[in-house]
Ligand binder design. Structure first.
Ligand code: IMP
Ligand code: MG
Length: 187
């Protein structure tokens, strides 16, 4: 693809970590696994905004059993690259999850604080089960003991963007997952 101008997003990417094709293939595998595991259950798939939105849209379309969608807005990061451990709910679900089988869909598990908090909060509402699907897992950064039930890819300790993941709110629309050039941070 030709790139014009200094504003072109892909010019800020040092390397592609996961291509569109690799992601699509893995998401379909996760969808198949989830479909098998939740057959006959009352599945509610919750998208954690905004990072999970792209993964969520693809994952839901690869699930072949009945399910309902819901959305939660949280903020734990601000514009910084490191977690604060403080999770703020900016938008809650609007369907009742009591007695239902909940699958939380998140972009990445890093320290693990965000999902630990969310799982606890949702379990208080007495669902039948709560599980987590993460597109990416960065286990080297974990600060609390938690592992996703469904993981797309384990990634090294590098700050990645694209396919929903952002740096300072940008790069979410990049169709693949890449590592940013260091000069992007220092500018
Ligand atoms: P945790 O609470 O530390 O597990 O934070 C998870 C959240 O941190 C994710 O939902 C992302 O918003 C953000 N995050 C962690 N690592 C990255 C990364 O490499 N790129 C972009 N966002 C990240
Ligand atoms: Mg996020």
């Amino acid at each position: 693809m030709t790139m014009w101008g200094k504003e072109f997003m892909a010019q800020d990417i040092e390397k592609v970590l996961l291509s569109e094709e690799e992601i699509a293939k893995r998401v379909q595998e996760l969808g198949d696994q989830i479909s098998a595991d939740y057959e006959g259950k009352e599945l509610i798939v919750i998208c954690v905004l905004k990072g999970a939105s792209i993964f969520f849209a693809d994952l839901c379309r690869s699930i072949s059993v009945h399910m309902k969608m819901d959305f939660m807005g949280i903020s734990s990061y601000g514009d910084a690259q490191k977690t604060s451990g403080i999770v703020k709910i900016t938008k809650d679900t609007d369907t009742s999850i009591t007695g239902k089988d909940v699958l939380i869909v998140e972009d990445i598990m890093d320290s693990g604080y965000t999902l630990t908090y969310l799982i606890k909060m949702l379990k208080d509402r007495q669902p039948n089960s709560v599980k987590v699907a993460c597109l990416l897992d960065k286990p080297s950064r974990r600060e609390v003991e938690i592992t996703p039930d469904y993981t797309g890819f384990v990634v090294p300790n590098e700050f990645v963007v694209g396919f929903g993941l952002d740096y300072a709110g940008k790069y979410r629309n990049l169709p693949y997952i890449g590592v940013l050039k260091p000069e992007v941070y220092s500018n």
